[in-house]
Design a protein around this ligand. Structure first.
Ligand code: FES
Length: 133
């Protein structure tokens, strides 16, 4: 005679949100699986007053503010060629890896490291300044 199977409640899917990093003073935003862009695609995560544009390029994820440093236009739907993202408003281009424009100097979009820790993906959004020497 078999035992009745136990009905398990479905696991709630994690929501994006700030979490404390194991590194003191560092804050991270959890990217839930449904917010991870497919290869060659992008997504947007809004959390804690931040709008983060997430790009998947060449098997890696890149995160940047979804606000152009020129005039504040949303960058997430900009045209992407390689790693260069063209702002849809006036056409300035930023490298999604560094936030820098292709020409030296000029404006820079803010970028953030994306890390995978224990199977979960996070964007590191803030850290404390280094301790005084
Ligand atoms: S707002 Fe992006 S280039 Fe002007």
């Amino acid at each position: 005679m078999s035992q009745p199977s136990e009905q398990l409640a479905p696991e709630p899917s994690p929501k994006a949100g700030p979490v404390q990093s194991p590194v003191k003073g560092v804050q991270r935003v959890l990217l839930p699986a449904h917010k991870l862009p497919a290869a060659g695609s992008r997504s947007i995560v809004r959390e804690g007053g931040l709008s983060l544009a997430i790009f998947s390029v060449e098997d890696a994820l890149y995160a940047m503010d979804d606000s152009c440093p020129h005039g504040g236009a949303s960058l997430v739907m900009g045209q992407l060629q390689g790693f260069m993202l063209r702002c849809p408003a006036h056409g300035l281009q930023f490298d999604i890896r560094s936030g820098c424009m292709s020409a030296q100097g000029g404006l820079a979009a803010r970028t953030y490291p994306v890390v995978v820790d224990d199977g979960q993906t996070f964007v590191t959004v803030a850290s404390l300044p280094p301790p005084p020497l």
